[in-house]
Design a protein. Structure first.
Length: 324
């Protein structure tokens, strides 16, 4: 009997539609001859599994199962592709740990750390990894414009501290934009991070490890037509994505080694993707870490897998079999 795999999508953030697109991508990538696949969509307390006929069935949260007619179906594995809470911050990972259901990505602590950009950057800074100067502000705490300018300078980025970087992000160039940018970011999360602007080449590098192998993918160079790599650049084609990136071989190797090292420092699992800025004198600066990266057919990871000459179906099998 084939293992039953849930592709878990949705979530409680503005990135829900993107997550559903990643779920469709994963459904097309995973080997259906080896696994029985179902997409589970969750939003708040609505957990539903999509059945082959187009109807939906409620998921029993007591044991992560559902009824298909009179048959009770219990999932053997969860491939989490929620971008935001509860799939990227450790909440769902804790639930699956308690039920002893294996899943695709890192555990509770790495997920919680990487979900909080400020915490993650400060933690990795202790390992000698370069990060932007930053300031974290909680909702209800007033911070004067001059405090922000004095700490991180202008231009700077103001964005939600928790979650992805597709919504609520502003590149602030002058003082008058600071408070509206804070308000916009606080509409997405209760914590906001203000980061100094770093001028350079934006790149991203994926990686996964199993008990028997370590794979670091080719690097993608991100050349956006917009002020920064925002939602339209990511999902509406307003960007040029060059894989492999146009970097010297020695710098490419340094980025890949750093990606592998960060993976191990954090205790990651499954596929991750790390974003960087290469500044003057080939300095590698960490931007952020994605532990449930986008998996639409045009997302960075599928691009990098193709550029590596690998079959994405085999990569998905690696991820699943490593945990089963």
């Amino acid at each position: 009997m084939k293992p039953i795999v849930a592709i878990v999508a949705g979530g409680d953030s503005s990135e829900l539609p993107v997550s559903l697109r990643s779920a469709q991508g994963l459904y097309s990538f995973i080997d259906k001859e080896k696994y029985d696949l179902y997409i589970v969509e969750m939003q708040g307390l609505r957990w539903e599994v999509q059945l082959p006929g187009g109807e939906k069935a409620a998921v029993d949260r007591n044991d992560f199962s559902f009824h298909n007619g009179t048959d009770k179906v219990k999932f053997d594995f969860a491939y989490i592709t929620i971008h935001g809470t509860p799939g990227e911050n450790g909440l769902l990972q804790g639930y699956f740990d308690m039920l002893r259901v294996p899943y695709s990505c890192c555990g509770v602590l790495p997920a919680a750390i990487t979900f909080n950009k400020f915490t993650c950057n400060q933690y990795l800074k202790g390992f000698g990894i370069r990060v932007a100067e930053s300031l974290m502000i909680r909702k209800g705490h007033e911070v004067l414009n001059q405090e922000i300018i004095g700490k991180v300078g202008l231009p700077c980025f103001i964005k939600p501290n928790l979650g992805g970087s597709s919504f609520g992000v502003t590149k602030v160039k002058e003082e008058s934009q600071i408070q509206p940018a804070l308000e916009k970011a606080f509409s997405e999360a209760d914590e906001v991070i203000v980061e100094a602007f770093m001028n350079g080449i934006e790149i991203t590098c994926g990686c996964y490890k199993t008990k028997s192998k370590e794979v670091v993918f080719p690097i993608t160079e991100v050349v956006t037509k917009n002020e920064f790599f925002d939602y339209d650049a990511k999902y509406n084609g307003q960007v040029e994505e060059i894989t492999p990136a146009r970097l010297p071989e020695e710098l490419t190797e340094r980025v890949q080694l750093l990606t592998s090292a960060i993976y191990d420092i954090l205790g990651c699992s499954g596929i991750i993707r790390i974003d960087y800025i290469i500044t003057e004198s080939q300095k590698i600066n960490l931007l952020e870490i994605n532990t449930t990266p986008g998996m639409t057919p045009t997302s960075f990871i599928p691009q990098q897998i193709r550029a590596a000459g690998l079959d994405i179906k085999d990569v998905m099998t690696d991820i699943i079999e490593d945990k089963l």
